[in-house]
Design a protein around this ligand. Structure first.
Ligand code: HEM
Length: 80
């Protein structure tokens, strides 16, 4: 498995098209998903991975990020 949160998988080092190609055709020990996921869904996964990568780097000093974090924490509280 690859840790997609590492910098070498960020969009600067690892372009969207390359990520899309691995999702579609696989690589090494990872199988491809082109027979199971539509073209649209595979690009949506590229977008989702990028969103997760960015959210991991979002600083809590940013008020928008802090507000979203507090909201998520409050929503999760009853589950703990
Ligand atoms: C749609 C979700 C997934 C995405 C976006 C994804 C993406 C990637 C990427 C970008 C790599 C790195 C390829 C490289 O070295 O350039 C990778 C490697 C790998 N992934 Fe996935 N992957 C996904 C799902 C999975 C699943 C479900 C499995 C397990 C069944 C898996 C198993 C692996 C393995 C074993 C590698 C290492 C491949 C190798 O170098 O031998 N991946 N994945």
């Amino acid at each position: 498995m690859a840790n997609l949160l590492l910098d070498n998988f960020g969009s600067a080092a690892y372009p969207d098209g390359r990520l899309y190609d691995v999702i579609s055709n696989g690589k090494g020990n990872m199988g491809g998903y082109k027979h199971n996921l539509s073209l649209r869904d595979r690009w949506a996964i590229v977008g989702y991975v990028r969103a997760l990568q960015l959210s991991r780097k979002a600083p809590l000093s940013d008020p928008t990020v802090k507000a979203a974090f507090e909201k998520a924490k409050a929503a999760a509280a009853p589950l703990q």
